[in-house]
Design a protein around this ligand. Structure first.
Ligand SMILES: [Zn+2]
Length: 67
């Protein structure tokens, strides 16, 4: 159990890293476990997802408008 423990700081770093690269399977598992046990990090994850969706929409607007 102890090797799978992550602090909130580590979990946040993993969430950000996961946005633009593949992270190790052990990190994925550890992150999932942390998100199940933590109150703050799932909220941060939701913010990241919202931000990513917003960025994607913004890019789509750009191509639609021919910018
Ligand atoms: Zn946390």
């Amino acid at each position: 159990m102890i090797p799978l423990r992550r602090t909130c700081k580590q979990a946040a770093a993993l969430l950000v890293a996961r946005e633009d690269r593949r992270i190790a399977l052990s990190d994925t598992v550890a992150l999932r476990l942390h998100l199940m046990a933590c109150q703050a990090c799932p909220r941060f994850e939701r913010q990241l997802l919202t931000m990513r969706n917003a960025m994607r929409q913004w890019r789509n607007y750009g191509t639609d408008d021919g910018l």
